[in-house]
Write a protein that binds this ligand. Sequence first.
Ligand SMILES: [Zn+2]
Ligand SMILES: [Zn+2]
Length: 371
Amino acid sequence: MYIYLFFTIVWGLRLWVWLGIILAMKNDLRPRGERKKAVAEDGIKRVTFSFYKYVKIADPIAFRDELLEKWGELGCFGRIYVAEEGINAQMNCPEANWQQFDAFMKSKPELVGIPYKIAVEEGDDVSFYKLTIKVKDKIVADGLDDDSFDVTNTGEYLTAKEMNQYIDDPDALVVDMRNIYEAEVGHFEGAYCPDVDTFREELAIVPEKLKVHKNKKIALYCTGGIRCEKASAWMKHNGFNDVKHLKGGIIDYKHQVEREGLENKFHGKNFVFDERLGESINDDVISYCHLCSKNKSDIHYHCKNQACHALFLGCDSCLEKKQGYCSYKCMTFDRLPEKMKKILTHNNYRNKPEQFKKHRLKSKRQIGIEI
Ligand SMILES: [Zn+2]
Ligand SMILES: [Zn+2]
């Protein structure tokens, strides 16, 4: 009898909790397109920015809950990772609430003093339209065992001016620590851009590839600097003595170049992981359409076929011809009845068009220098 009562109470409470969560999420349950449209049309001016810090966070779950509540109240959107090792945030905040946001940051010992990297351009698309804060094991997926090397032994920083000197120096080697699809649309003059799809792969192959250049001065760079914190320590651990990295990444490079009137040696677009997919650093377009390989394009699209969703660079003429699909195969497939599409994608692997097995199309051209 008591057991019965106990379970009735516990399950009753659980039901209420779930009901509360569902009600709270009501806004987020709208279809993706609808939510995005509502944010794009709400007329609220937003600042897009990013920041990170390796800092001890004792209780990441409680920390996450607090951020969700506070930043939710302020109308912030973004993708934020919290781990015991720190925080990595890409987000936006309504301009009108910026003071409050900043005051909150200053009130938290874990967050005080972190420099914000304000986006180079806001673009026509809103950068984020919902707030996602996830608790992770690490703030950047690097696949490294942090106990196996000294993660605090990071390389020294390079300013934009010093980066330019490195680019001109034959004894230096500039290495792009981002994925190849990021480097493809924009990179530094004379940079080595490893052909990898993840940061994990990058860390595995770069020390090996650079082995013969151990005595060179190495300059690493990435989007906002976070990947190079870990990567520079990893390179030093692998016997590279002179490893430095660009402070604040490409985002801050652009700001420094403008502020100090320096020559801009970054060509193309800075790939960003939000709805905008890229921000222009200068007017050069250095990449080519993946569908024809002939016309230049630096605009990323996702294939309209939801089962494929491959990321590709497309030129106007190919987009028109293939109607937003990455191939005629995808175009044809998408016109099949829904039931047949389901069967083809889920049950019959062998009949899946080639595109279903990968997430992006690749360029046939060399990106960056060969080493
Ligand atoms: Zn094309
Ligand atoms: Zn496709």
